[in-house]
Write a protein that binds this ligand. Structure first.
Ligand SMILES: C[S@@+](CC[C@H](N)C(=O)[O-])C[C@H]1O[C@@H](n2cnc3c(N)ncnc32)[C@H](O)[C@@H]1O
Length: 294
């Protein structure tokens, strides 16, 4: 497993300053990133139809029970508000936001997923989707500065590197005081290939084993484990400080954080109580809310 993982220049140091007007250029030339903006493996176009089937019209269980209600609540969206959904996939958040009268501009780098989002639209007046790179939001004509009341980035920031150009683009798209919510697999406990559950027979308890955390890594994830079809996406593991510090450097101040546990109950059986205890104790998702500094 270790062979598949590779250290990458994470975002813990040497971030371009938020005032760096040429952040996109620095991304190409700084040598700090292993991914150029046009590198195909960064987006999910090659697995778009599989992901669209998986998520469907209303989202996965996690989307429906935790993520969408959590994002809408944390952003306190009102009818008429304008939401920017960064790395929107096939538009699952935009469809839910439209149901409460919120207008969404969704952007994703995967053309197949933008096509799916357009095909699945339930409200063509409120849902708008565009293909583009989250690291260069300014290049999308539909994303004009200081027009968005809120922004979201759901289950996607760990697929994108580097972080700073994304935050800088969101900062400029938000109105002063506008809010951003970022939802990701909890980077302290859910580190692909570096963390898992372990059953402690002696104490009849389940533990979360974390083998590595502080090192930023580029980790290919097989989309169909067990099937040798070579379909992978890329996850960039980073420690929590990388998210907090790059958001702050971009002028996005974290004012609220939630850590959400999985709603998936363990199977009934002799281990149920112990497995459920670890489910309730160790969060699955981290949700960060940040406000655009005035
Ligand atoms: C796990 S999917 C999540 C999609 C959606 N937010 C959801 O909740 O279903 C991750 C998404 O990030 C997108 N993505 C990865 N890199 C990107 C980039 N540089 N710019 C825009 N989207 C990107 C992928 O194409 C994919 O749609």
């Amino acid at each position: 497993m270790r062979k598949n993982t590779k250290r990458f220049a994470g975002n813990t140091t040497h971030q371009p300053s938020p005032k760096n007007a040429d952040a996109h250029k620095s991304l190409r030339t700084s040598g700090k990133s292993t991914q150029r903006p046009d590198e195909p493996s960064s987006h999910w176009g090659h697995v778009g139809s599989w992901y669209d089937d998986l998520i469907g019209q209303d989202g996965s269980d996690h989307h429906q029970k935790l993520i969408i209600p959590g994002v809408l609540r944390m952003l306190n969206l009102k009818p008429g508000d304008h939401l920017l959904d960064v790395a929107c996939g096939q538009g699952v958040l935009g469809r839910a936001a439209a149901k409460v009268g919120v207008q969404t501009t969704g952007l994703d780098m995967a053309a197949t997923l933008i096509q799916a989002a357009l095909a699945r639209r339930e409200d063509t007046a409120l849902e708008h989707y565009y293909q583009g790179d989250a690291r260069n939001l300014a290049a999308c004509a539909a994303i004009t500065p200081a027009v968005f009341d809120a922004a979201a980035c759901v289950l996607a920031i760990a697929n994108i590197t580097p972080l700073s150009p994304v935050w800088q683009g969101i900062y400029s798209a938000l109105k002063p005081g506008g809010k951003l919510v970022v939802v990701l697999l909890h980077p302290c406990f859910r580190i692909p290939k570096k963390s898992d559950w372990q059953w402690d027979q002696q104490n009849a308890a389940q533990h979360r084993r974390v083998e590595g955390y502080l090192t930023s890594e580029k980790i290919p994830i097989a989309m169909h484990p067990g099937r040798d079809d070579g379909l992978t996406t890329i996850t960039f593991h980073r420690p929590l400080q990388a998210y907090i510090n790059t958001l702050g450097s971009a002028g996005l101040w974290i004012d609220h954080t939630e850590e959400w546990i999985s709603g998936k109950m363990p199977p009934h059986g002799i281990r149920f109580a112990a497995l459920d205890k670890s489910r309730r104790e160790i969060p699955l998702f981290l949700a960060l809310r940040a406000i655009k500094s005035q």
